[in-house]
Structure formats: structure tokens, C-alpha cells
Design a protein around this ligand. Structure first.
Ligand SMILES: NCCCCC(N)=O
Length: 262
């Protein structure tokens, strides 16, 4: 499946403008034969928007989700995007996967919140492995900081995730995560990892781009630079199966020796 990574911060604070950016990128991705377009963490509203997070937060099936579903079905490709999710009085840092016909497939609530900014504005999710089937692949979702905990990605590997989608808001000085950690996560867990970042200065944060899709051989299939970009890479189930035969980490595990890490 051809996968498109939308490296962009859109227009922080304007859902309408961000939906336009998503719509335009979806058209380009569909024209390039992509079956999935992934947008960054909090793409729908912006990340460093302070109290506007709570003001702009919507339910997983709210009007903005309907608008994203319409974009998916009109262009005929699946979409994954980050947004602030409202559930009653609670606000989560969430990411949703919508199918090419506009069906909501999966909604994930960020379980590992980063720093006081996120802890001041969000409640952490409590479900670590969220997946859906898409075009013959089992797709899982994590958000930015989540992927830096090896336990989270290993849990996805043990649950059969083939492609891990990671909407991200990664800032300076954490360039090494995209450059080194993401390829290692993909290799040690024998999956594809698509890590899709914001760019540019937003409040106190300098977002660093470097969006990457890494394969189960630990090789980056594509990596963006530091600016607004739409990059593409293919995920291949046959290649994945062969890689898992060649690198049987999951088969060779010895959980009985891992104590509390099991
Ligand atoms: N490397 C820690 C920064 C994570 C930022 C984020 N949005 O989770």
C-alpha cells in the first residue's frame, strides 16, 4: 500500500484552514496512488494553541470528523490525523483512522503525555494497543512520545501490527528520534513505522519535520526535510513476511526471563 506522509503544521487555531490543507494533500496523495494519508499530531487544530485546545476539541464523531470522512470518501483514500478529542468534560490528545469510504476505523487516545504543556491540557488514554485492518495490513496507532517507549511498540508487535502510524509533534532537540529511533523501532519489532511530524515554530516549540517511514529492515523508505512536504513510501506485506522470517525477534523472545518487563 502506498502511504503518504503530510509533513505540515497547517494553520494553528483554524480547523477550517487545516481541513483545506488536508483536502488538498488528499487530492495529491490519491493522484499518486496512495491508499493512506497520515497527518501529524493535533493537525486538525494546531498543537501549541493553549486554551483553544479545549475550545476546539470535538467528539470522535463530531462535525470535524465528518468533514475528514467526507474528504476520505471524495478522494478514495484512508486518512489518519491528530486532533483534540472531547468526551464530555474530558479532553484527550487523539488520532483517528478513517477508511477510504469514510468509515471511522479506529480512534486512539495518547497514553504517554509529554511535559507540563500536554499534562495541563489533556487526560491520558488508558488503552495502549488500538488497531484496524486496512488494505490487507493490520494498522496500529501511537502518538509521538508513545513511540519512544519500547514497551508500547513491542505490545503492538505482539498484537500483530504491520504498519504503525505515529502522528507526531516532535520538537528540537529530539532529531535523533526520527533519524535513529524510528528505524530501530521498526527493525526490532518487525513492522513498518510511519512517523509524521509538524514543522516550524509554534509557540515555545520548534518542530523539526524529518517525517520518516521505516521498514522492518530498519531502512528509511522515505524521510522528509525540515519544511512542508508530502512524501511517499510503499508498504509490502510480502517483504514484511520475509523480514519476519529473517529476523525472528518475536519468536525468539524469552518472556520468562523478563520479569516485570513481560
Ligand atoms: N522526545 C520527547 C518529545 C515528545 C513530544 C510529543 N509531542 O509527544
Amino acid at each position: 500500500m502506498r502511504t503518504a506522509l503530510l509533513q505540515s503544521s497547517g494553520r494553528p487555531g483554524s480547523v477550517a484552514e487545516n481541513l483545506k490543507v488536508l483536502d488538498e494533500a488528499a487530492g495529491r496523495a490519491a493522484a499518486a496512488g496512495a491508499g493512506l494519508l497520515i497527518a501529524p499530531e493535533m493537525f486538525l487544530t494546531g498543537y501549541a494553541i493553549g486554551d483553544d485546545i479545549a475550545r476546539l476539541a470535538e467528539p470522535a464523531d463530531g462535525d470535524s470528523a465528518d468533514a475528514v470522512a467526507e474528504i476520505s470518501s471524495r478522494h478514495g483514500l484512508a486518512l489518519a490525523y491528530g486532533y483534540p478529542e472531547r468526551d464530555g468534560e474530558t479532553v484527550y490528545n487523539s488520532a483517528q483512522l478513517i477508511s477510504a469510504d469514510g468509515t471511522r476505523l479506529a480512534n486512539y487516545r495518547k497514553t504517554h503525555l509529554f511535559g507540563c504543556f500536554e499534562r495541563d491540557h489533556f487526560t491520558p488514554g488508558e488503552r495502549s494497543v488500538v488497531q484496524a485492518e486496512l488494505n490487507g495490513l493490520r494498522v496500529g496507532i501511537l502518538i509521538c512520545y508513545d513511540v519512544e517507549f519500547p514497551e508500547n511498540v513491542r505490545a503492538h508487535a505482539l498484537a500483530g501490527t504491520d504498519l504503525l502510524v505515529v502522528p507526531t509533534a516532535q520538537m528540537h532537540p529530539f532529531q535523533f528520534v526520527a533519524e535513529s529511533m524510528i528505524p530501530v523501532r521498526a527493525f526490532e519489532n518487525q513492522m513498518y513505522v510511519a512517523y509524521v511530524n509538524r514543522v516550524g515554530q509554534e509557540g515555545e516549540f520548534e518542530f523539526i519535520g524529518l517525517s520518516t517511514l521505516a521498514g522492518p529492515d530498519g531502512v528509511a523508505r522515505t524521510r522528509a526535510g525540515r519544511g512542508e512536504e508530502l512524501v511517499f513510501a510503499d508498504t509490502d506485506p510480502a517483504f514484511l513476511a520475509a523480514a519476519r522470517e529473517a529476523n525472528p525477534y518475536l519468536k525468539d523472545r524469552r518472556p520468562g526471563l523478563y520479569g516485570s518487563l513481560v
